[in-house]
Design a protein around this ligand. Structure first.
Ligand SMILES: NC(=O)c1ccc[n+]([C@@H]2O[C@H](COP(=O)([O-])OP(=O)(O)OC[C@H]3O[C@@H](n4cnc5c(N)ncnc54)[C@H](OP(=O)(O)O)[C@@H]3O)[C@@H](O)[C@H]2O)c1
Length: 346
């Protein structure tokens, strides 16, 4: 196996932390002695051990003597600073690992190449920049979070073959069961989900992950005019929720009402999410809200699920901007899923 193949293994391991480590990056690490993997690890949970620590801990007692003769592969530059855990760069030096291969430098100003410099100064052979574009794509939310001080924004909608997202005033399922499960997985991987007031009223969505495992994200709904009926799921206080609108009668412990007499400026919402440490936002519609994000340029990725069925008339789906780059496309039953990125994150 070569360096690229071991780094791809790091990416696979990193992805196991998807949805559990935000706003930290997903990181995977592999320790290799003479073309044999002797340790593997990934960052599993925010605030807990980093990938390098878990990788070194995983080495069997009989193999521990091989560590000073091995190569450590890591999808991201090891950390340099005391955060919730001690610096991984010092662990690598303590373990006398002679060679380190990474994909991306950590853009966090607290790291930013300092760990690589420290390793090199101590005589460690350091190779960086392997599969850099793949590493950036894996951690696109983290890179956006650090560079733009706002969450990574994913716009998502389901449309019929003739371009409609629903019928006005009635809840209209558009996609099939497999695509629905996929959406619940996407939810589990994000930190917050937003819907407009018309969607909140018409669809009575729960915005949870009941069809997949993992955490429920923060639910957010616009409700300037106080139109969401009191018995709707978004007001059931079952999980953390922000409602932009007047405080409702009743006892709420997980629901925060944020006064909003006028339209909420999108940048204002993003700033609130940044302050609340939410590094990814999934915007689930409807068309009005999605279009505001598209028109203001606040989007990083678009996920469109298109069903073969036709509806004839209804609420028109937003348009994917002409310069969006198609990154992925696959078929799930009667649905085609397309994932688009902005050129900046591709
Ligand atoms: N297929 C899909 O993927 C999908 C997903 C979601 C929804 N839908 C469908 O889409 C339809 C609803 O879409 P829609 O375009 O009519 O409405 P919408 O986007 O769900 O909601 C629009 C309303 O949200 C409020 N709003 C929007 N931006 C706001 C802001 N920045 N600050 C505060 N409030 C804001 C406004 O209400 P006020 O003027 O009252 O403030 C606005 O009229 C429904 O039929 C639903 O079933 C389909």
């Amino acid at each position: 196996m070569n360096d690229e193949q071991y780094l791809r293994r790091c990416f696979d391991l990193a992805l196991l932390g998807n949805g559990c480590v935000s706003p930290n990056p997903m990181v995977g690490a592999v320790l290799v002695y003479e073309d044999r993997i002797i340790g593997e690890g990934w960052h599993q949970k925010y605030g807990e051990a980093h990938a390098e620590v878990n990788c070194i801990r995983s080495v069997a007692p009989d193999n521990q003597r091989l560590i000073p003769y091995s190569t450590l592969y890591c999808s991201l530059e090891p950390c340099f600073h005391f955060g919730k855990t001690p610096p991984c760069v010092d662990l690598i030096l303590e373990q006398k690992i002679p060679r380190v291969v990474i994909s991306n430098r950590d853009p966090n100003p607290k790291v930013a190449g300092q760990s690589l410099a420290k390793l090199q100064a101590a005589g460690v052979e350091v190779i960086s920049g392997i599969l850099e574009a793949e590493g950036r794509w894996l951690n696109r939310a983290f890179f956006t979070w650090i560079a733009k001080h706002r969450p990574y924004i994913i716009l998502k909608w389901a449309q019929t073959g003739d371009g409609f997202i629903g019928k006005p005033g009635e809840r209209t399922p558009v996609s099939g069961p497999a695509a629905l499960r996929l959406v619940h997985r996407w939810r589990s991987e994000t930190d917050a989900i937003l819907v407009g007031s018309t969607t909140a009223v018409t669809d009575d969505p729960r915005l949870d992950t009941r069809l997949y495992f993992g955490k429920n994200p923060l639910r957010i709904a616009f409700d300037r005019m106080g139109q969401i009926p009191a018995d709707h799921h978004l007001l059931d206080d079952s999980t953390e929720t922000w409602i932009f609108g007047k405080k409702r009668e009743g006892v709420f412990s997980k629901t925060k009402f944020i006064p909003a007499e006028d339209k909420v400026p999108i940048d204002n919402l993003l700033e609130k999410l940044y302050k609340a440490n939410r590094a990814t936002l999934l915007v689930e519609g409807g068309a009005n809200v999605l279009t505001q994000f598209l028109e203001s340029g606040f989007w990083d990725e678009i996920r469109v699920i298109e069903n073969v069925r036709r509806m004839g008339s209804g609420v028109t789906a937003p348009k994917v901007p002409a310069d969006a780059i198609l990154k992925e496309q696959f078929i799930l039953g009667d649905d085609t899923v397309q994932i688009f990125a902005r050129s900046i994150t591709s």
